[in-house]
Design a protein. Sequence first.
Length: 103
Amino acid sequence: MEKIRKGDIVIINKGKDRGKKGKVVMIFTAKKAALVEGLNLFKKHKRRTQQDPQGGFVSVEMPVRLCNLAVVCKRCNRGVKVGFKAESTKSKVRVCRVCKEVL
C-alpha cells in the first residue's frame, strides 16, 4: 500500500517549486516518482513538422521523486506524514500523523 496515490493533493518539499501544491496525475513505481499537475515544468524543444509548422519551445511536466513530496491534510492544511490504521480485519486506511484524520 503506497503512501502517495493518484489524485492526492501534494506539496513539494525540495527543488525550484518548493512550497507549491498540485494534484498527482500519475505514479511511476519503478522510478519512485510522481507526475504533479502544473509543477516541475521544463522547456522542451519541438521540431517543425507539417502538423506543427511553428515548432519552438513547449513546457512539459517532469516527474518528481516521491521522497520530495508530502500529502496535504485537509484539516491541517499542510504537508504531513502518512500513517496507516486498521479499520477492520481486512482493510487499512491512510491517516494523517498529526491530527489522525483519514486521508
